[in-house]
Design a binder for this molecule. Structure first.
Ligand code: ATP
Ligand code: MG
Length: 139
């Protein structure tokens, strides 16, 4: 099922360094419509639930600590081909490999503190969106 929606988080490093507004501006200028948006703080347990798919990876514990280290912005975004186009806009996981002009190239600090999350499939976009938002939060 194609929903034309993706899910993003502006991660703690980008919020802490005051880049959330600039990142949301790039997202809107990239043609994405903000369907839902909130600033929130994940507990380590909830970060662990969100990134459950990575539970076996060596960086999982650090990732959960980092993702709960400060507030994030969570958002559902809409655009044709949203999942793939958003991954293009944010760039590679490791900012050292991210293309010029991408959000991670501009704002990420490291492979872990990489400024933004972007869903990797339509199915996960829907799961991740409903992790943060009820249907009545989505316009
Ligand atoms: P995201 O899911 O956050 O959009 P991604 O899909 O580009 O990122 P994943 O492989 O899903 O990358 O990894 C999830 C997150 O885990 C990364 O965004 C990063 O914060 C962290 N991470 C990934 N690989 C490493 C690593 N080798 N060392 C430390 N942290 C990592
Ligand atoms: Mg991922």
């Amino acid at each position: 099922m194609t929903t034309n929606r993706t899910f993003t988080m502006v991660k703690p490093d980008a919020v802490e360094s005051g880049n959330a507004g600039a990142i949301l501006k790039m997202i809107e200028e990239g043609g994405f419509r903000i369907v839902a948006l909130k600033k929130t703080l994940l507990t380590k347990e909830r970060a662990g639930e969100f990134y459950e798919v990575h539970a076996a990876r060596p960086f999982y514990n650090d990732l959960c600590a980092y993702m709960s280290s400060g507030p994030i912005y969570a958002a559902i975004l809409e655009k044709d081909n949203a999942v793939a186009d958003f991954r293009t806009l944010i760039g590679a996981t490791n900012p050292a490999n991210a293309a010029e002009g991408t959000i991670r190239k501009l704002f990420a600090k490291s492979i872990e503190a990489n400024a933004v999350h972007g869903s990797d499939s339509d199915e996960n976009a829907a799961i991740e969106g409903s992790f943060f938002f009820s249907k009545t939060d989505q316009f």
